[in-house]
Design a protein around this ligand. Structure first.
Ligand code: 16G
Ligand code: MG
Length: 557
């Protein structure tokens, strides 16, 4: 069999440089992710698969090499679909099978299977764009990927270093170029100019916010943010912190959005004083959390839930004034449908605030961007954020059209419509984007004239505690009801139900991680002490009764 004019021999020969190690790979929520030195064979093969995906869709596909907030020695890879979405779920299985083929012949068989099942026209061209984060292993992994793409004769554009959301943006721009949905110029300048133009409309004529300290986790966000600042000039005051991308061992180490959210601590490597405004990106700049030190020297975190609430509150206000009627498929018209999608990790107070103060529907989904994204698409304006700071706001085509065609009867109404239109430009429609989300927060705070304290005072987080427990087999834990309960082990769920009852506002759930070999235990309650107690009780039981490995979780405060 020939693969669109390429012989099986040619592919096998190229693959010989990347033998598969004795490892089992899984394409999970974040693509493939493991130690960087275990990934060359995966990269080569993902190159082959990207070509097939591009051929079957007749579109450009993206490949991003990153392990996000994980340690520097890790790396990973994920495929990006034409509009910037995550890979179609049925293809995750193909990716896993291809990565695990033990021999070159098995690899070819696996390719043939995809070609047959998906009816892939092998004689059409393929086009793939590639980027990576700052990880030291990235260089070699890009080479393996390019070898896979080259043997299949793909058209390749290698952007070298980009943030993950920038790569998603490029893919969407390339695929929509020259269509009515044209998203922008597929260059970093195109990306910066688009965001800047949208941001400027919100802040023009308003008092400028004080300096924002941005912890870049010593990752790719640092150089990219510096490029943005050059474009924005005096219109924003940002101090780039933790920008040591070439110092070994620094990436995500005691800094970045994941560290700050998980430990509820300020990052190392930057000064934080009362009055400072600060935020942290993660290692590939698709998550962001804000924070400050209050006058009592207490660390205050504004996480993804707070960002969702800030965005939803502003959008609800604008929607009310704009009074837009959106045409529906059946010929009727109705007001904008706005929803906020959350996961089990959302703080209970945020859900309560959204549902009962803002009166907005709040559906829950499983953890993982693709689930939230999918649910958000059901609304005209679908806000979705994970508590960890990954999120965005999606606008339906019908809503965008209505913004474009509705004329305001009063200056106030006109202004509200313009603001909604502006949000569609400012917010990355492809995927959650720390840099775009940061500009969104800065724009809303500027328009509202709010400090971080004022933003934080919209509702008070319930105290929470999250822990990791290492167990011998995390597949024994099976979640249901959007990760909020366990179907198995039943007896563990019964224990959790009983424990939770002992604490006012108690809530607790156990969920196997999709990205690490651990189980996560989340607990919240009326006081920090109770949240800790609830967590350590359950974490201890998971460890003792369900195959704990290594150190038993215990209070470390
Ligand atoms: C990945 C997901 C993120 C999720 C996290 C959960 C994407 C792009 N990212 O980072 O949405 O919150 O995994 O990690 O889907 P966990 O399974 O280890 O808890
Ligand atoms: Mg990330």
């Amino acid at each position: 069999m020939s693969f669109g004019g390429i012989t099986a021999e040619a592919i096998k020969t190229a693959a010989k440089a990347y033998p598969k190690p004795a490892v089992h790979y899984t394409y999970g929520t974040a693509g493939f992710r493991t130690k960087g030195d275990l990934l060359p064979s995966v990269m080569f093969r993902i190159g082959l698969l990207a070509v097939l995906r591009s051929k079957v869709l007749g579109k450009t596909i993206g490949v991003m090499i990153t392990a996000s907030h994980n340690p520097e020695i890790d790396n990973g890879v994920k495929l990006v679909e034409p509009m910037g979405e995550m890979l179609k779920q049925s293809w995750e299985g193909y990716a896993t099978e291809l990565a695990n083929a033990e021999t070159e012949d098995a690899m070819l068989d696996s390719l043939k299977k995809v070609i047959a099942e998906e009816n892939i026209p092998m004689d059409v061209n393929s086009s793939v764009v590639v980027a990576r984060d700052t990880r030291p292993s990235g260089d070699l992994l890009v080479k393996a990927l390019l070898d896979g793409l080259n043997v299949m004769k793909a058209d390749i554009k290698n952007y070298d270093m980009l943030t993950t959301p920038q790569l998603h943006y490029m893919v969407r721009c390339i695929n929509t170029k020259g269509t009515p949905d044209a998203y922008g110029e597929p260059t970093t300048d195109g990306y910066y100019n688009k965001l800047y133009a949208a941001f400027k409309k919100f802040v023009v004529g308003k008092p400028k916010l004080s300096q924002l300290h941005v912890d870049c986790a010593n990752g790719v966000g640092a150089p990219k943010l510096k490029e943005l600042i050059k474009v924005m000039g005096n219109d924003i005051d940002i101090k780039v912190e933790n920008d040591q991308i070439t110092t070994k061992g620094k990436l995500n180490y005691k800094c970045g959005a994941d560290f700050v959210k998980l430990y509820q601590l300020q990052p190392e490597g930057m000064e934080l004083k009362p009055g400072y405004r600060a935020c942290s990106l993660d290692g590939d700049a698709d998550r962001i959390v804000y924070y400050y030190i209050d006058n009592d020297n207490k660390f205050r975190l504004l996480d993804g839930d707070k960002i969702a609430s800030l965005a939803a509150g502003y959008i609800m206000d604008m929607a009310k004034i704009a009074n837009i009627q959106v045409p529906r498929e059946d010929g009727s018209k109705s007001p904008l449908k706005i929803g906020v999608v959350q996961t089990a990790y959302a703080n209970g107070s945020s859900t309560d605030y959204l549902r009962n103060k803002l009166n907005v529907p709040v559906p829950f989904t499983q953890t993982g961007v693709k689930h939230l994204h999918h649910e958000a698409l059901k609304y005209d304006v679908g806000v979705y954020f994970e508590a960890n700071g990954h999120g965005t706001v999606l606008f339906s085509d019908a809503a965008i059209n209505a913004f474009k065609t509705t004329k305001g009867a009063t200056p106030e109404q006109e202004n509200a419509i313009e603001s909604l239109k502006g949000l569609t430009e400012l917010i990355n429609q492809a995927v959650g984007d720390a840099i775009s989300d940061m500009l969104l927060v800065e724009a809303i705070l500027t328009v509202r004239g709010w400090t971080l304290e004022q933003w934080n005072s919209q509702y008070t987080d319930l105290p929470s505690r999250q822990e990791k427990v290492k167990v011998s087999d995390r597949t024994q834990f099976k979640c249901i009801k959007a990760d909020t309960e366990l179907a198995e082990p039943k007896e563990l769920q019964e224990i959790i139900d009983n424990e939770v009852k002992k604490y006012p506002n108690g809530r607790c759930f156990v969920r196997p991680s999709g990205t690490e070999d651990i189980v996560r235990v989340y607990a919240e309650a009326n006081t920090a002490e109770n949240a800790d107690k609830l967590n350590y009780t359950i974490s201890g039981i998971v460890f003792d009764k369900f195959g704990g490995v290594g150190e038993r979780p215990s209070y470390y405060l």
